[in-house]
Design a protein around this ligand. Structure first.
Ligand SMILES: Nc1ncnc2c1ncn2[C@@H]1O[C@H](COP(=O)(O)OP(=O)(O)O)[C@@H](O)[C@H]1O
Ligand SMILES: [Mg+2]
Length: 305
């Protein structure tokens, strides 16, 4: 067994997706942790998925998780498996309505000090958790590159103080534009990136849907716009941002370059957009991966900060 070098820590959710035109996809594998793990896998690494699942998780979904991910970090609960409506608007904004009564354990567990987490040292992790948990995961994996994707429900104006407390423990912070605008009250993407850097974010990767992403690190005089990879058809936007984060993390660890990492993120997200839910790794991944990474790299544009 090769050691597991990358972890995705976050939720595993059964998604019932409603598209803006009323079409729907029911019962698909989702959740931010799952999609981020998919992003790591698309970037060529076998991820460990750390999260909580209900004992009633359907066997076909469990088999899907076991196929591409190291699932020894999954813990299970007697609460019914979390499931939710994911309702999209034309501008990409998503509203999530959960369909079970008990939600919080799935957003929180396992905790960083849970003795059941089998991983010792890893090279990188994506963490989809609210701000109050970032420090404990940093302590659990002091030497790993830590990409923090703040939980959407905790990106309101009132959450700013807590958000600031999470920042010092992360190497990369990746909010999406809509959430960051809600929290900061700033609409302009470049202004938001400036604010994130002022707040102490070491590397910011602001995700902007079909506008791509803006990446910048502390001390740089310019940000970089990473374009979205052009696709014929966008089948489903659910989890594009999480998948981007998984790809970004691997690019960051492997190259040490945040612009290159952003291109890995864009390439990974493009595969997620083509499929409904968290899909299998395509058989022709390597060829397509090279093409899409090259396409993102060609489109990178510097933007003065
Ligand atoms: N509608 C879209 N068309 C093309 N690319 C997209 C689209 N939505 C997302 N992407 C790609 O996926 C990346 C991450 O998705 P984004 O929408 O920014 O995050 P989130 O899933 O949090 O809304 C984007 O930076 C872009 O590369
Ligand atoms: Mg989006």
């Amino acid at each position: 067994m090769t050691p597991t070098d990358y972890l995705a820590i976050g939720s595993i959710i059964i998604d019932d997706i409603v598209y803006p035109d009323g079409r729907a996809s029911m019962g698909v594998l989702g959740g931010g942790g799952c999609h981020a793990a998919y992003g790591i896998a698309l970037a060529g690494q076998r991820p460990g998925l750390v999260g909580l699942v209900g004992e009633d998780l359907p066997p076909d979904i469990r088999a899907r998780l076991d196929a591409d991910f190291d699932t020894t970090g999954l813990t299970s609960t007697h609460h019914p498996q979390i499931r939710g409506w994911q309702i999209f608007e034309w501008n990409g904004v998503r509203n999530e309505i959960f369909r079970v009564d008990v939600i919080e354990p799935f957003m929180v567990h396992p905790l960083a000090d849970d003795p059941g987490i089998p991983f010792q040292a890893v090279r990188g992790l994506t963490l989809l958790r609210e701000a109050r948990f970032v420090e404990s995961w940093r302590r659990r994996f002091p030497d790993a590159a830590l990409l923090w994707e703040p939980t959407r429900a905790f990106m309101l104006k009132a959450d700013r103080e807590a958000f600031l407390n999470g920042i010092p423990h992360a190497d990369i912070v990746s909010p999406n534009l809509h959430e960051a605008a809600t929290m900061t009250g700033i609409d302009d993407a470049l202004e938001i990136v400036r604010r994130l850097l002022e707040d102490g974010v070491k590397t910011a990767a602001l995700r902007m849907g079909d506008r791509g992403s803006l990446v910048a690190k502390q001390g740089d005089s310019q940000a970089h716009l990473i374009p979205a990879v052009a696709l014929d058809v966008v089948a489903d936007q659910t989890g594009a941002g999480n998948t981007y984060c998984g790809g970004f993390l691997v690019g960051y660890v492997q190259t040490g370059d945040v612009v290159e990492a952003g291109c890995y993120g864009a390439a990974a997200a493009s595969f997620a957009l083509e499929h409904v839910g968290c899909a299998r790794i395509p058989a022709d991944l390597q060829t397509k991966w090279r093409q899409r990474l090259a396409q993102a790299q060609r489109g990178v544009r510097p933007v003065p900060l």
